[in-house]
Design a protein around this ligand. Sequence first.
Ligand code: GAP
Length: 457
Amino acid sequence: MQYNRYNISIFMEKKQENTKMEKLISLCKRRGFIFQSAEVYGGLQGFWDYGPLGVELKNNIKKVWWKKFVQQRDDVVGLDSSIITNSTVWKNSGHVQGFSDKLVECKKCHQRFKEADFSNEPGFLKCPYCQSDDLTKPKDFNTMFKTFVGPTEDTASTAYLRPETAQNIFVQFDNIRQSMRKKVPFGIAQIGKAFRNEITPGNFIFRSREFEQMELEFFVNPKDDKKYFKEFVDASYNFFIDLGIKKENIRKYEQKGKELAHYSKETIDLEYNFPFDKGFAELMGIANRTDYDLKAHGITYKDDVDKEEFVPYVIEPSAGVDRAMLAFLLDAYEEIDGGRSTTTESNKEKEMVLKLHKDLAPYKVAILPLSKKEEVSGSAKDLYKELQKYWMVAYDDASSIGRRYRRQDEIGTPYCVTYDFDSNDDKKVTVRDRDTMEQERISVDELVNYLKHKLDS
Ligand code: GAP
């Protein structure tokens, strides 16, 4: 079954030449990266399931981010907070009153749409669905998902699914600072799900109603805010560059005037050149949230040593895991006309290669025995088991070697190891590099060290 374009996004149709995105969406389904949630029941707009390879890629993105922003710093610690919390958190943070989009309703067909999506377009004031100009005035629509805690459904039991992970960090500021004996400047990081009842989810996993965030709230003395803001803009930019995003596809955009959130003194978005709408769109944001949040929750800070008392400013790099995943997939996707394999059957076919950074690739290595005969496959399986101690490894013994290489290229596996008839005699295997397609004959005893050098450096 193919994805229904309407379910992916009505807004994808804004850009006709969107073939790269469609090919990627199809690859993601065909190779087990991303499926429409509950597809057998027609799906649910804005919700996605990550398949076996998707979950590996997503975990790898989170792992690299956590290592860089938490484990390799001595001034950042982690948190995994609850998704549903005391609703006063969301009242005091301003979300209950202000986390909303302006919605316009068509009085004729009763469709609702987001004013911001159409207000810059010529011919606005017409319903995009039925073209009627009989519309209501824009009304605020709160995009937090509501639920009830306990058996009664009343105001007292109303709770919200968090629309960002940040607020739970602010309200645990004192517990974490005291238990970990931290002094400002220090940060608290969290990776976790966030939920927004988006009016116009779409463009695949770019805008969903359930998504994941990687957020860091870094608490500083207000006089140092500029220094740390720059540090986290640079660190966030380098995170994407170091993981292979091409420089021409990522840029910094400084928000101005009305674009700034009410809590922000300064925000720089990192934008990626997505192949839809206007191209460059927000990948993540780095905001100077000032003392807005800690003040909202009545939290203050006194330095134990110099006794200085102040409300810390917060520098916040906030990235979407799903949006980062989409950017990594798009950037890595390459199509080679006529194929690049030397095997005859693939000569005329298009080949797809996902040139994912080795730290992100779902499988690091694939073992490809040249025969299913026990004398070859038995030893190949032993090798497979040995490599599984270190990495996520694939084993594929079906169809020709050319096809098997292409299957691994398509999912971004950096190294393929072929075990052939000579391997039992010379105790060597052939290692093929995904990007250069160079092949090297490596001794089986040396293989783990060889791959460690290639993959873990
Ligand atoms: N705590 C600040 C905050 O939540 P945001 O700009 O609303 O700021 C941060 O969100 C990041 O979360 C965005 O840059 C984007 O990567 C991701 N994000 C936000 N809404 C999203 C959605 N509906 N679907 C997927 N990712 C989303």
